[in-house]
Ligand binder design. Structure first.
Ligand code: ADP
Ligand code: MG
Length: 700
């Protein structure tokens, strides 16, 4: 084989199996890991660097810190402690000894070491009989690789058990990457022209790939990382720019007059709009008056008053004789919107309908025919709106609530029911700016960052289960004063029987014992809709004093008289969800309280609950959430499959995101279809990166 390979020209598209030192066995493992060719191998970036400046001597380590230590293997072998067998390896450096231990499935480790091997270990320092790390990450170093002695910065790669089994951990990876760099480095073609790189102060792709794997020094490494992050963000922003461009190219309708409906609704409001609401409304009016369709997202905390803004926008469009569709992700939320729209639109006498999955066929058919005839001016619904049977006479605007909970295809399906309708999206999940640029980056974003003036900030306290008696006493006082309470239980997975038991027992205990003298209600997602509605209505009418609920209460309930929310097992909720739950209280003018019951003591749980205690600012909370969970987890990965970051970091890369956004949007404004010669390679690369998104953009 090695004789044959010399005839191959190795390049980025060469199958990984044919790279010298790989072969079928390692190649198979790499492919299962997602590395199919040499280019993908070179884009498998180091997870960490061993740099002599971040390596600690054993003498210097502190208990609890994470440290990298370089030393030599002194001894190793199986050990027996009580009933447990484990593997132990001791290493020493010039200042002392450190023990590393592995428990449980340890067969893979027993033949990894030889006495005298140079080794780098990384992990959290503990102290038993001496300094110790349990399950460290480790990297055996070659002769001359030891960064302390050579002054080199050494790359360490992410790996898996399957890759380790074929010798592809740190050292093994470094070797094949070295081969790849030597064989192909001359051929790596850059999609950015030299002029572009000059302007943006970027290394060439070739240099960046070389330096990210084998840095000469710290500044080169920094530049390499900058270039590679730049690439990922740039193409993502280019996608956003092209998507926006594709939408704005459509010529829509002009809705230039405020119209009678909007004025009637406006006049009948029993509150004054906040400045933030007024500003957003102005932006919307000017969008509507332009020919290209509106493409705007309103981001604002729960209770910030997005609904009335959406209502007024809808009224403008309806005044011009067009229809409006409001789509919400759940039936409860659709029903809530339906009743808000009904209420706000009463003075204008607009004809409004509801369309959701569990309506009777006759009912749906009636809505279908009245939408087609134009009799219905505004329809609120769920995914039911995008069914085939739904036809509009003239759909002028769509309003999508919690838009990130719909896929792009679903939003597109609704848009396609009109002729370039105006698009207004709403979200109460305030996300960090940097991520907003990526997830909603093709839209114009308006922010409502001000709550109506009559609200008092909610007081939040974390308590241990042992203190529940005090909490219950406090709730009784509130209920005696005429207020209402929520008690929430987490249902993480609907199939988890344990969770259901928790809320069932909780309800039983509260209704029969603790609050036996009070009116206690119960709702959960598995309940018949009718029963649930009755309970909700009873709560809204102040006939229930304490409502026990699973997270179905997250959306769709707006009760100004509710002042206490107790969240059981609060540590099991994510920050964004806690924030949204808490938003169900504090909606009236009385002081409200949120009690977070803490059952777990993990540092993450403690941290999350501290954040909730310290702020009610949705942006701060979402920033933290992003840090804790990463962008993939933030909303669930389904809708955001296009964010495939290998090196980009949406928390830290704010300045790069802004820079690439500016550059990408400029490029598309100047050359909307990327037809200029100097953009050909960028266009090619874009199409390669985003093959599955091409239907949403307009380049050939
Ligand atoms: P969001 O949809 O942003 O969560 P809503 O639109 O449901 O918030 O508004 C919450 C409540 O506040 C509603 O009862 C609404 O009528 C009321 N509201 C909206 N704007 C104002 C305002 N400027 N002043 C007082 N109350 C308001
Ligand atoms: Mg709302």
């Amino acid at each position: 084989m090695s004789a044959a390979t010399t005839y191959y020209q190795t390049n980025l598209t060469t199958d990984i199996i044919y790279l010298k030192g790989v072969g079928p066995q390692r190649g198979g493992a790499l492919k299962r890991y997602g590395i199919e060719n040499v280019g993908q191998l070179l884009h498998h970036f180091p997870r960490r660097y061993l740099d002599r400046t971040n390596i600690k001597y054993i003498r210097e380590v502190k208990i609890g810190e994470e440290a990298v230590i370089i030393g030599k293997v002194a001894s190793f072998g199986m050990q027996q402690a009580r009933r447990r067998r484990f593997f132990q390896m001791t290493l020493n450096d010039p200042t002392g000894y450190l023990t590393c231990v592995w428990f449980n499935s340890i067969s893979w480790i027993v033949d990894k070491f030889q006495e005298g091997d140079s080794i780098a270990v990384f992990g959290k320092i503990e102290f038993r009989k001496g300094f110790q790390i349990t399950h460290p990450e480790f990297d055996i170093l070659e002769e001359g690789e030891d960064p302390v002695n050579t002054g080199k910065i050494l790359a360490q790669y992410p790996s898996t058990a399957a890759l380790k089994a074929v010798g592809l951990e740190g050292r093994g990876f470094r070797k094949i990457i070295n081969v790849a760099l030597e064989l192909v480095v001359e051929e790596i073609e850059d999609y950015f022209t030299p002029e572009f790189r000059d302007e943006e102060k970027l290394l060439s792709l070739h240099e960046a790939l070389e330096q990210v794997h084998q840095p000469n020094d710290k500044p080169s490494l920094k530049n390499a990382i900058y270039r590679l992050k730049y690439d990922e963000h740039f193409f993502l922003q280019l996608l956003m720019a092209l998507k926006r461009q594709a939408k704005e190219e459509n010529s829509g309708r002009v809705f230039s007059q405020r119209g009678k409906y909007e004025k009637d609704i406006f006049k009948s409001l029993d509150f004054t709009l906040t400045d933030a609401q007024i500003n957003v409304l102005k932006e919307i009016r000017s969008d509507l008056a332009r020919r290209s369709p509106m493409n705007r997202l309103i981001q604002g905390d729960v209770g910030s008053g997005k609904t009335i803004v959406a209502v007024l926008a809808a009224a403008i469009v309806i005044s011009h004789g067009s229809q409006v569709a409001v789509m919400a992700p759940t039936e409860i939320l659709a029903e809530q919107h339906y009743s808000s729209f009904l209420q706000f639109c009463k003075p204008a006498n607009i004809k409004i309908a509801l369309l959701i999955g569990n309506q009777k066929k006759a009912e749906k058919d009636k809505v279908y025919s009245q939408l087609e005839s134009g009799e219905i001016q505004l329809v609120v619904g769920t995914h039911a709106l995008i069914q085939e049977g739904v036809t509009f006479k003239d759909l002028g605007m769509i309003i999508v609530d919690e838009q990130h909970r719909f896929g792009v295809e679903q939003r597109k399906a609704l848009i396609d029911k009109g002729y370039s309708p105006e698009v207004l999206a709403l979200t109460a999940t305030p996300i960090p700016r940097t991520l907003a640029f990526t997830i909603h980056g093709d839209m114009h974003i308006s922010i409502i960052d001000e709550l109506p003036k009559n609200r008092l900030p909610i007081i939040t306290k974390v308590v241990k289960p042992a203190r529940m008696d005090q909490v219950y006493d406090f709730m009784k006082k509130e209920m005696d004063a005429g207020h209402q309470c929520f008690v929430i239980y987490p249902i993480i997975e609907e199939s988890e029987k344990m969770d259901w038991k928790a809320s069932d027992t909780g309800f039983k205990k509260l209704s029969e014992k603790v609050f036996a003298d009070y009116k206690v209600g119960y709702i959960h997602g598995k309940m018949k809709k009718k029963t649930r509605d009755e309970q909700m209505a009873a709560m809204a009418n102040n006939e229930i004093q304490c409502l026990v609920a699973t997270t179905v209460v997250e959306v769709g309930i707006d009760i100004a008289n509710a002042t206490v929310m107790v969240i059981e097992n609060a540590d099991r909720f994510g920050l964004t969800q806690l924030h949204q739950l808490r938003g169900r209280i504090g909606r009236g003018s009385s002081q409200s309280y949120c009690v977070l019951v803490k059952n777990s003591k993990t540092p993450e749980a403690e941290h999350r609950l501290k954040v909730m205690e310290s702020t009610s600012n949705g942006f701060k909370i979402s920033d933290e959430d992003l840090k804790l969970r990463g962008p993939g987890e933030f909303f669930g990965t389904r809708q955001h499959g296009y964010i495939k970051s290998k090196i980009a970091n949406f928390v830290e890369d704010g300045p790069i995101i802004r820079q690439t956004r500016k550059r990408a949007f400029q490029m598309v404004e100047y050359d909307p279809k990327l037809q200029l010669d100097k953009h050909q390679n960028i266009r090619k690369q874009f199409k390669e990166n985003y093959r599955h998104m091409l239907e949403f953009v307009n380049i050939s």
